[in-house]
Design a binder for this molecule. Structure first.
Ligand SMILES: C=CC1=C(C)c2cc3[nH]c(cc4nc(cc5[nH]c(cc1n2)c(C)c5CCC(=O)O)C(CCC(=O)O)=C4C)c(C)c3C=C
Ligand SMILES: [Fe+2]
Ligand SMILES: [Fe+2]
Length: 347
C-alpha cells in the first residue's frame, strides 16, 4: 500500500465549552440536512427559533463539566488514536478530521491530496454502525470535497464494522476487567436516532419498524439499518463475553426534539432497571468509538444521578475503545485493506 494515507473521521466538538463556540458548533451540526432531515427553511426555523436560543447555554455547562485541560475529550482521544495508529502502520501519513468543527474533512483531505508522496487516501469513519446522521453525511461531504476541490487521487471509505470480529474482540478486551468484577446488569446504551431516519434508510420503505422483531431478522435492508446493526453488535458481544439473556439490555440515549426516537430511552431504562432491583449497573456505549459528552456527561454524570435516585447503588461506565491497544491493533490491521473491500468516493 505504498502511498496510502489514512484519514480517521469523527463527529467533532466545539472549539471550547464557551456558549459562543457551542452555539457555532450546534448550528453547523444541526443545519446538516442528514441530521435534521427537513426542508431548509423549516430546519432553519427549528434550529434558530427553538434550539439555538437555549441549548448552547445548557450544552456549554455540560461540556464544561467534562472538558479536559488539553481540550474536548472526543478530540483529544481521536488525536491519541491517530498517533498510535501512525506508530503501528507504514501509512505515508495518518491524520484525523471532524465532520463538524475543526479540523475539517475538507482541510485535511486537501492537504493530503497536495502531498507528492500520497497516492490514495483511506477514510475510516469512526462509526461502527450506519446512520444517515453519521456515515452518510460523511460520504456525501467527501463526494462534495472531491468534486469541488477537483481531487483526482482515489479516496476510499472503510465500511461500517458493527459485527466485525476484531471490533467485537476489542470491545470485549476493554470491557473484560469490568465484567470480571461483580455486577447485576449490563446496559448497552446506543446513541438514538429518530424512527423517521430508520424508515428513510429502509430501501423498501416498509420493512423496518413494521414489527417488534423486524430488526432481529436477517434482511438485506439492514445494510443501512442502524437499529438492526446495534442489535448485531450487542448479540455478537454477549456471545463472546458469555453474558446470559437476563443480565443485559439495550437502550437509546441523547434524544433531541419532540419526534419519536428509537426506544427504550436510556433515561427510562435506568429507572426501570433500578425498579427491578438492579443495584450494580455496568453501562457500555459501543456506538461511540471515543468517549465524549454523551458518555462522560450523559451517562457517567446524569445517568448515574437518575439511576441512584431510583434506588440503584452504582453505575459504572465502561470506557469506549479510545486508544486502547486492542483497538489500535485492529485499525492497524485494516489500513492495508484491498480496494475491493472498500468503496471509492464517486468523482
Ligand atoms: C453514534 C453516533 C451518533 C449518532 C447516530 C448521532 C445522531 C444524532 N445526534 C444528534 C444531536 C446531537 N448529538 C450531540 C452530540 C454527539 N453526538 C454524537 C454521535 C452521534 N450522534 C457524539 C459523539 C456526540 C458528542 C460530541 C462531543 O463533542 O463530545 C449533540 C451536542 C451536544 C448536545 O447539545 O446535546 C447534539 C445536539 C441528532 C439530532 C442526531 C440524529 C438525528
Ligand atoms: Fe431494521
Ligand atoms: Fe449526536
Amino acid at each position: 500500500m505504498e502511498g496510502r494515507a489514512v484519514l480517521l473521521v469523527n463527529l467533532g466538538s466545539p472549539d471550547s465549552p464557551s456558549v459562543t463556540d457551542v452555539r457555532r458548533y450546534l448550528n453547523q451540526f444541526l443545519m446538516d440536512k442528514y441530521v435534521i432531515d427537513l426542508p431548509y427553511l423549516l430546519r432553519r426555523l427549528i434550529v434558530s427559533g427553538f434550539v439555538l436560543p437555549h441549548r448552547p447555554k445548557q450544552s456549554a455547562e455540560a461540556y464544561a463539566s467534562i472538558w479536559w485541560p488539553e481540550g474536548s475529550p472526543l478530540k483529544v482521544l481521536t488525536g491519541r488514536l491517530t498517533e498510535q495508529l501512525a506508530n503501528k502502520t507504514h501509512a505515508v501519513c495518518v491524520r484525523y478530521a471532524m465532520r463538524y468543527g475543526s479540523p475539517s474533512i475538507e482541510q485535511e483531505l486537501v492537504n493530503l491530496a497536495s502531498r507528492v508522496d500520497v497516492t490514495e487516501v483511506l477514510v475510516i469513519p469512526l462509526y461502527p454502525h450506519y446512520a444517515m446522521s453519521t456515515v452518510k453525511t460523511c460520504v456525501v461531504e467527501l463526494e462534495r470535497i472531491v468534486r469541488d476541490q477537483e481531487i483526482r487521487l482515489p479516496v476510499y471509505v472503510h465500511p461500517v464494522f458493527y459485527e466485525d470480529d476484531a471490533y467485537i474482540d476489542a470491545l470485549y478486551k476493554v470491557a473484560k476487567p469490568f465484567l470480571q468484577a461483580s455486577y447485576d446488569h449490563l446496559l448497552f446504551s446506543y446513541h438514538g436516532v429518530p424512527e423517521r431516519h430508520i424508515r428513510k434508510d429502509d430501501p423498501t420503505g416498509t420493512y423496518c419498524l413494521s414489527s417488534a422483531d423486524c430488526c432481529q431478522q436477517n434482511s438485506a435492508v439492514h445494510s443501512t439499518c442502524y437499529r438492526a446493526q446495534v442489535f448485531k453488535t450487542t448479540e455478537a458481544f454477549v456471545a463472546k463475553a458469555g453474558i446470559e439473556k437476563n443480565k443485559y439490555s439495550v437502550a437509546f440515549q441523547s434524544r433531541l426534539g419532540k419526534a419519536k426516537w428509537l426506544e427504550p430511552y436510556t433515561s427510562k431504562q435506568l429507572v426501570s432497571l433500578a425498579d427491578q432491583g438492579v443495584k450494580k449497573l455496568l453501562v457500555m456505549c459501543p456506538a461511540f468509538v471515543s468517549d465524549c459528552l454523551e458518555t462522560l456527561e450523559e451517562i457517567a454524570i446524569q445517568g448515574e444521578e437518575i439511576f441512584k435516585a431510583a434506588g440503584g447503588e452504582s453505575l459504572t461506565l465502561i470506557p469506549c475503545l479510545n486508544d486502547h491497544d486492542a483497538w489500535t491493533d485492529v485499525l492497524a490491521s485494516w489500513w492495508q485493506k484491498s480496494p475491493a473491500k472498500l468503496s471509492r468516493v464517486k468523482v
